[in-house]
Design a protein around this ligand. Structure first.
Ligand SMILES: [Zn+2]
Length: 57
């Protein structure tokens, strides 16, 4: 399995954890963008949506 994935924002290398899982969030070390793993094998990432403060119950 790939050990890194290309950032979709800055095209830099983002290291993948050894046991990456779908839905996992990664932070690009170059631009700080939050990337969500949307697919495995091959690993595909998408820019994670801005996380809103959840004031719900
Ligand atoms: Zn980046």
């Amino acid at each position: 399995m790939a050990t890194k994935v290309q950032c979709i924002v800055c095209e830099g290398d983002v290291p993948l954890p050894a046991e990456v899982m779908e839905g996992e969030l990664l932070i690009c070390p170059d631009c700080g963008t939050e990337l969500e793993v949307v697919s495995l094998n091959p690993v595909v990432v998408a820019e994670a949506p801005e996380v809103q403060e959840d004031w719900g119950e």
